[in-house]
Design a protein around this ligand. Structure first.
Ligand code: SAM
Length: 239
């Protein structure tokens, strides 16, 4: 964990960080299209079924959008604490009309806002849980379980770390071959990029303890449903 202070909130509530995020989103989303789609494919609903799902740390709605596209009867509640990300998301999701709402929710602190019903059909999160300290990850998983209807699924798409230097070197090697600019970017970060990187990795942990936290929270069917290098989709359902 970096020595520097936790800057997560300052970063996600800063105009500069959000414009950087938005300006680089198209390229990232092109590379993540398969994972985004798999999150939708993993949900157990019929194509035309009506259901409500929550996207925690939804940002501009990149994950929710794919589920809304895949299931025309779905309604999304997108939760985030960055007003800037939510404002951008409202612009990007406008084609979905009244099929989505945003709610302000600080996942690090709670409580869950009243706009999220006490029981929903599914919960997803992507690229956000790694911003929470471990204790809060576990609490949040338990709160997600409480908010799911019996049989309701939770899936999380997130980066993970490894404690094995050999594995880490293999991840880096393959990542650098896929993105020929990655090594130079890593070695020549601007102060802003370094700060965002430290925020990115501060509470990131290996995969196994996260699966343990899901099981301890009471989920069944806990598995890694997709994995590529340091990115995973894991999840489980409420018994
Ligand atoms: C890397 S972005 C991912 C956004 C979106 N889920 C996606 O996959 O594109 C992380 C998001 O998590 C949100 N976030 C980080 N910490 C949070 C917290 N404590 N409470 C609520 N949202 C948080 C940020 O505001 C940001 O929108």
């Amino acid at each position: 964990m970096p020595d520097s202070a936790d800057t997560n909130e300052a970063i996600w509530k800063s105009d500069a960080a959000i414009s950087h995020w938005v300006s680089t989103a198209e390229d990232r989303e092109r590379r993540r299209a398969d994972e985004r789609r798999l999150m939708a494919e993993l949900l157990p609903f019929d194509k035309d079924q009506q259901f409500t799902f929550v996207d925690l740390g939804a940002g501009t709605g990149a994950a929710a959008r794919v589920v809304l596209d895949y299931f025309p009867g779905a309604r999304a509640i997108l939760a985030d604490y960055s007003l800037q990300m939510m404002e951008q998301g409202r612009r990007e999701l406008s084609a979905f009309g009244d099929r989505y709402t945003y709610v302000e929710f600080d996942l690090a602190r709670g409580p869950w806002p009243a706009e999220i019903p006490s029981e929903v059909d599914a919960v997803i999160s992507s690229l956000c849980v790694h911003h929470l300290p471990d204790k809060r990850k576990g609490q949040l998983f338990a709160e997600i379980l409480e908010h799911l209807l019996p049989g309701g699924w939770y899936f999380n798409y997130d980066p993970v770390t490894t404690e094995d230097a050999v594995v880490e070197a293999a991840w880096l090697r393959a990542g650098d071959r896929r993105d020929p600019e990655a090594a130079a970017k890593r070695e020549n970060r601007t102060p802003g990029e370094q700060s965002r990187h430290e925020n990115h990795v501060r509470y990131m942990i290996p995969l196994a303890p996260q699966l343990d936290l899901l099981e301890e929270a009471g989920f069944e069917g806990v598995d890694v449903y997709w994995k590529q290098l340091d990115h995973v989709i894991y999840g489980g359902r409420r018994p």
